[in-house]
Design a binder for this molecule. Sequence first.
Ligand code: PLP
Length: 396
Amino acid sequence: MRNGTSHLFVPGPTNIPDAVRRAMNVPMQDMRAPDFPDLVLPLFADLKGVFRTDNGSIFLFPGSGTGAWEAAISNTLNRGDRVLMSRFGQFSHLWADMAGRLGLDVECLDVEWGEGVPVEEYRRRLDADKNRRIKAVFVTHNETATGVTSDVAAVRAALDDTGHKALLFVDGVSSIASIEFRMDDWGVDLAVTGSQKGLMLPAGLGILAVSPKALEAHASSTIERCYFSFEDMKAPSETGYFPYTPPTQLLLGLRASLDLIFAEGLDAVIARHHRLAEGVRRGVHAWGLNLCATEKKWWSDTVSAIVVPEDVDARQVIANGYSKYRTSFGAGLSKVAGRVFRIGHLGDLNEVMCLSALAAAEMSLRDAGAKIEAGSGVAAAQEWYRSQIGLAAPNL
Ligand code: PLP
C-alpha cells in the first residue's frame, strides 16, 4: 500500500498540472474536422508570446527537443558549413555531436563543466573569421546537466560588435517558459524547445521559433531532410492542418498549459522560478555543499546540480531518494556521474514543493553518509521563502 503521491524533481519531464492532464483526457478528435484549426491556429500565435517573438515563425513537430535540434540544423545549413559551438555538459555535448554527424564542420570549444558559453572566446573567433566561414553560432541557454545558464544577449552583442552575420541558434529546452528568453530582442535565429519542461506537458512536441533571416537561409540549405522539413511543416500554422497525424491530446494539453502560463503572466512565471531556485540554492549552501555551476552568474533558475562531498556517491543519494522517499532527483550525467545529483525546480511548482525536495534530499544525503545537519537546508529555504512571500503575487 503506497499512500500519498510520489515526488518528481527531475529537470524534465516535469509535473503536469491537473488542468493540463484533464484537458488531455478526452475522446479522440478528427484531425481533418472543419473546426480543428480553431484549436491549432491560436497555439501558433500564443507560442510566439512564449518565445517573445513577433517576427519569428513557429514550427511544431511531433518529436522531442532532440528532433527540434535536428530540424534547426537540417533546415538552415549545408554540409561542410563551419559552426561555432561550445561544450560544457551532456546536452551541449550532444548537440555538437549531432552537428558533426549531420556533416557540419564543428569548431567546438571545450569549457569546464560548471561554466557556460565562453562569450569572449566566441567574440575573438568571430572577429578572427575574416573570410566569414562561420555560418552559425550555437548557444545552449540552460545546460540542464550542470545547472548552468549562459548569456544569450552577450553572444548577440559579440556577433553585432564584430559585424558577423552568422545565424544564432539557441537551445532553450530547459529555459523557455521558465527563464527569461527574448527571441527578437536578442536576435535569435533558431530557438528550440520541447514540451516536457517549462511547458508542463508530456514529452512529444519539438517546438522551434525561426527568424526571417533563418527562413532565408532555409531557402538555400541543402542538407537532406524529410520528416523534419520546414516546407512540409509550415502548413499547420497557415491552415491549422498537419501534413501527418498530429498528437491531438498534446495539442489540447498545450492549449491548457499556455492558458495557465498567460493567466499567471510570463513575467510572474519567470519570477517564480527565480524565487523557488534561490530557496533551493540557499538550502544547498546551508548544507555546506556547492553547486556544479562555479559562479553565481551561471546559476540556473530551473535546475540545481549539487556536488556531493568527496566520500559520498551521488548515485546512492539518488537511489535513496527513489527507494526510501519516493522522490526522484536528476542523475549526474557522463563526466559528473556520481559527483552530482540534480534538483529540477521548473514547471508546475511552489515553495512547499521545493521544501519537500530539500527535505528528501537531506535525508537521502545523510543516508548516503553525508555529514550535513538535519533540517539545515530546509530551514534556510524556509527563511528565504518567508521573506519573499509578501513580495510575490499570491500563488493561489
Ligand atoms: N537540450 C537540453 C538543454 C535538454 O535538457 C534536453 C533534455 O533534457 C535536450 C536538449 C533534449 O531534449 P529531448 O530529451 O526532449 O529530446
